[in-house]
Ligand binder design. Structure first.
Ligand SMILES: NC(=O)c1ccc[n+]([C@@H]2O[C@H](COP(=O)([O-])OP(=O)(O)OC[C@H]3O[C@@H](n4cnc5c(N)ncnc54)[C@H](OP(=O)(O)O)[C@@H]3O)[C@@H](O)[C@H]2O)c1
Length: 249
């Protein structure tokens, strides 16, 4: 029996690379995200031999859409072994005094409430299924440790995810549910193409930064997912060796 993984934001970037890595490792992967065509592209990139990839268009800012996703997983497979809470958005370079409540609320809805609701559905299934248990991996960021300038909603929600990870780890123990977090720094995806050209630094200068291949991140998530439920990577930081995160003036 193949293990069942659900990945949000599986139509691009880190989510897509991780879906392909987990599929290579023998998982059946449920691909969730808003854009169906992007999810289908991910499925097409995988070797079509079993285990399968299942496309389930989902908006994680909509609780009913999340419920429908997990209903589908339950009816198709009757269990879930891994949830990768990967979908995430940001407001790029908007100073706090210009932020609208809608902009703040959208980031909270996707990054935090969406991750919470997916985790809640997964937790309920993992607790009830036989064999019991499973793993939840949250996609944090190095922004869960330190912020960039003009990133209040992103930094706040990514810091909050660390709390979600720790709380789920504790509450999951008695049900064989492990929870860990991957904190990425500068993976080369379309959302951060500007990073290679020039990003605003803490000093106020704009400078280009090093980025890494998404597959380096995907291998990290696949390693976390490969462990027995007796073992857990609580936090893993995978970042560009030469990015300016480590260091001080
Ligand atoms: N790249 C980096 O350097 C880096 C660093 C730290 C953390 N991260 C985290 O990694 C995750 C993935 O980012 P990425 O770099 O791979 O960028 P990306 O390609 O923009 O991926 C974001 C994914 O989230 C999905 N998404 C957005 N809103 C959604 C919603 N309401 N419902 C369902 N899915 C939604 C998007 O698909 P749809 O638009 O089709 O819904 C997209 O596939 C994010 O959580 C990000 O914060 C990335």
């Amino acid at each position: 029996m193949h293990k069942i993984a659900v990945i949000t934001g599986a139509g691009s970037g880190i989510g897509r690379a991780t879906a392909l890595a987990l599929h290579r490792d023998g998982f059946t992967v449920v691909l969730a995200g808003r854009r169906k065509a992007m999810l289908e592209e991910t499925a097409a990139l995988a070797n079509t031999a079993p285990p399968a990839m299942l496309v389930v268009p989902t908006d994680v800012s909509d609780p009913a859409s999340i419920a429908a996703l997990f209903d589908t997983v339950q009816s198709q497979y009757g269990r879930i072994d891994l949830l990768f809470n990967n979908a995430g958005i940001t407001t790029r370079n908007i100073p706090i005094d210009d932020l609208t409540l809608d902009q703040w609320s959208n980031v909270v809805a996707v990054n935090l409430t969406g991750s919470f609701l997916c985790a809640q559905h997964a937790f309920r299934m993992m607790k009830a299924q036989t064999p019991r248990g499973g793993r939840i991996i949250n996609n944090g960021s190095v922004s869960a440790h330190v912020p960039r300038r003009n990133s209040v909603p992103y930094a706040a929600t990514k810091h909050a995810l660390t709390g979600l990870t720790r709380a789920l780890s504790l509450d999951g123990r008695e049900f064989d549910i492990a929870c860990g977090q991957i904190d990425i720094g500068n993976a080369a995806t379309t959302r951060n193409e500007d990073t290679a050209r020039g990003r605003l630094q803490a000093s106020g200068k704009v400078e280009p930064e090093a980025r890494i291949d998404v597959n380096d991140v995907a291998r990290g998530v696949a390693y976390m997912a490969s462990l027995s439920l007796d073992a857990n990577v609580q936090f893993m930081t995978v970042m560009a060796t030469k990015m300016p995160y480590i260091g001080r003036g």
